[in-house]
Design a protein around this ligand. Structure first.
Ligand code: NI
Length: 315
C-alpha cells in the first residue's frame, strides 16, 4: 500500500510539472510578440534587456523612444531597425547599457500631456531693476513658471544678486547690450563692443557663456547679422507696457494677441508691468499655457537657432 501511495504521489508531481511547463511555454509564446529583444534593435546580445510594446500611441513616439535608447547606449541611430513596430510605442528607461525598464503608464501620460501644452515665452528687457524684477520672479516662482530676462550688461553687474536669483530659478538670462544703442547705426567694432562687453559683464556674475541677444528696439541690419555670434530674438506680442504704464491695458494688449509659441515683450522697469504679470501668469496657466524660457520654447519645438539670424516666435 505504501509503495502504491508513493507511486501515486510521483504521478501527481509529474503531472504538476508537465502542467507548469505547458503554462510557462504558453506564457512565453503569448508574451514573445509583446517583447522586443534589444538584439533586434542594436544587433548585439543584451541579456535581460527587453522593451514592452503596447499599442495605443502614434509613430512619432517610437522615434523619440528609440532615440532615447540610442543616446543612452551610445549606439548610432542608423543601427535602429524599427520595421514591424509602426503604430506601436516602445516604453523604455534605458539608463544603463544592460538595464532597460518599462516606463510606467503614468509617466507616458505625463510626457504626452507636456507635449500637448501650449507654450509661450515671456521676455523682460532693460533690467534688472530689483524692485520690479523681484516681484516678477516671485510670481514666476509661485507658479513654477519660467521667463527670459534680456539684461543690460552694466545693470547685471550692479544688481548681481537679482541676476543670480533669475538664474537659480531656472529662468534665462540673455543679453540686451551695454549701451542700448540702435545697432544698425553702428560700425562693426562698436557692434562687437556693445554685444560682447555686455556678455562679458553678465558672465562676471553667472557662468553662462555666449547668450542670446535682443537687439535694442528690435533694430538690426545685415552688418549686425553678420557680426553677432549668437541668435537674435525679437518678439511677436508687444505688451506696450513702456507706453501705457497701465496694468489693465497691458493685460488687454497681451490677451488680445497671445497664441501658442509666441514671444511676449515686456520691461521689468515698471510697477504696472509687475501688476500685469501677477495677473497674467496664473491666468494663462489656468488656460492651459506653459510659460517657458526662450531657449526651451525653441528646443521643444525642435527649432535649431543659428547665429546672426532673427527669431520673433517659434511658430
Ligand atoms: Ni530695450
Amino acid at each position: 500500500m505504501k509503495l502504491k501511495q508513493l507511486k501515486n504521489n510521483i504521478y501527481v508531481l509529474q503531472a504538476m510539472w508537465i502542467l507548469i511547463v505547458i503554462v510557462a511555454t504558453v506564457v512565453i509564446i503569448l508574451g514573445s510578440d509583446k517583447l522586443l529583444s534589444l538584439d533586434k534593435v542594436n544587433g548585439e546580445e543584451t541579456p535581460g534587456a527587453d522593451m514592452t510594446v503596447t499599442d495605443n500611441s502614434d509613430y512619432s513616439d517610437i522615434i523619440w523612444q528609440v532615440k532615447t535608447i540610442g543616446e543612452n547606449m551610445n549606439l548610432p541611430e542608423n543601427k535602429v531597425d524599427m520595421s514591424g513596430f509602426e503604430n506601436q510605442i516602445l516604453y523604455t528607461d534605458a539608463i544603463y547599457y544592460d538595464v532597460v525598464k518599462p516606463i510606467s503608464k503614468d509617466l507616458i501620460e505625463e510626457k504626452n500631456t507636456a507635449k500637448k501644452k501650449k507654450m509661450v515665452a515671456f521676455t523682460f528687457d532693460d533690467g534688472p531693476y530689483p524692485a520690479v524684477t523681484n516681484r516678477i520672479l516671485d510670481v514666476l516662482e509661485e507658479n513654477n513658471a519660467k521667463a527670459t530676462f534680456f539684461v543690460i550688461g552694466d545693470r547685471a553687474l550692479l544688481y548681481s544678486e537679482t541676476i543670480q536669483r533669475i538664474n537659480e530659478l531656472g529662468c534665462q538670462v540673455a543679453n540686451h547690450t551695454c549701451g542700448h544703442k540702435q545697432l544698425s547705426k553702428l560700425k562693426e567694432e562698436s557692434i562687437v563692443y556693445e554685444v560682447e562687453h555686455s556678455n562679458a559683464l553678465i558672465n562676471k556674475v553667472i557662468d553662462v557663456g555666449n547668450v542670446m541677444l535682443r537687439p535694442p528696439y528690435g533694430d538690426y541690419n545685415k552688418l549686425v547679422s553678420n557680426t553677432v555670434k549668437v541668435p537674435m530674438i525679437t518678439w511677436s506680442v508687444d505688451s506696450e507696457d513702456w507706453k501705457s504704464r497701465d496694468k489693465d491695458k497691458i493685460i488687454k494688449e497681451v490677451l488680445n494677441t497671445i497664441g501658442e509659441n509666441d514671444i511676449i515683450l515686456m520691461h521689468d522697469l515698471y510697477g504696472t508691468t509687475a501688476d500685469a504679470v501677477e495677473y497674467l501668469v496664473p491666468y494663462l496657466i489656468s488656460k492651459g499655457y506653459e510659460l517657458v524660457t526662450v531657449e526651451e520654447l525653441f528646443e521643444r519645438n525642435d527649432i535649431e537657432l543659428t547665429a546672426g539670424k532673427v527669431y520673433s516666435d517659434a511658430k
